[in-house]
Design a protein around this ligand. Sequence first.
Ligand code: SAM
Length: 344
Amino acid sequence: SCNREDFPHRVVELMDGFKASKALFTACKLNVFDVLSDSKELSAKEVAKRIKASEEGSTRLLDACVSLGLLERRTHEEDGGLVYSNTEEASRFLVAGGPLSLHGYILHCNELVWPLFTHLECAVREGANQYERAFGKKSEDLFQDAYYKKEEVKLRFMNAMHSIAKVTAKDLATAFDLSMFKTVCDVGGCTGAMAYEFTQVYPNMSITVFDLPQVITMNSRFQAKEPNDRVTFVAGDFFKDPLPKAELYILARILHDWSLEKVHQLLDKLSKECSPGSGVLVCEILLGEDRRGPSRAFLQSLSMTEGAQRSASQYTLLLGQHGFTQTHVKHTNNLLDAMLFLKE
Ligand code: SAM
């Protein structure tokens, strides 16, 4: 038998990591968690029928999901057959359409991130995004050239943003007391998911969601169940058009996407819009100051967009150059961390 120190547990786990990711993606894509949510418990044969897949393939996928802790399996009392059901985590986070569902984001990982990462070797050699190699098309601006050209791809991307925003928004809204800000603009606020959550937390807050016209025209598909007149939408390009006036600007997962030149362009514009005392809430994954983690941030940076992941002190320096002073930093333990800046 292998002595623990002689066996490379970590390496073996990483060798198999991509298979585990793809099993999760495939189970989501084939709606395994959804059919199990409708029926509570099903045999592999019944799952196979409902997801329109082979019985053999479905059995293997279901068993893989059991081994990964995503499903449970037990012997049925009556017929002695095996039946599968969702774990509590799968019910909450993997069933499509639930309030905290990551289904949309997982499909984005499967359809977009996975193909990009199959070309990681080229990405590293060239220091460039592999969109063209993976999808056969050039893209200068990832949003306008890649995501928003096709309706189906755009909706998938919006669903992905929507699902992440719903899972993170509450922790971001409550990271600091933001009740002094009555008018807020969520810059690149996409479907408004974050905005809706912020208005739930702050009853006196009104938020304008500013995003590209291609996104804003689709927003009716993502409306919160209860109508909320404190969330409004404005279409525009944050590099070209004026931003709505606000006391607080939210930049959630915006700064990491762009080249340093464009980041300065955007911050310069914000700085001109802001009067003293107004705020900027930056929501990003914050790198540790020793730049050793979290690996989620370092792995994301391998998608090789023109942007970069940064630490709290790097953001502080960056925004400092535009007259913003950092007042708070919060590591939320959620998918995004938060920093609050005030204009001097
Ligand atoms: N803030 C949202 C969140 O955290 O869930 C969405 C983040 S998503 C990574 C970036 C957003 O910026 C997208 O909704 C995209 O449409 C928007 N965006 C990209 N370029 C833009 C531009 N030039 N003007 C306005 N919005 C833009």
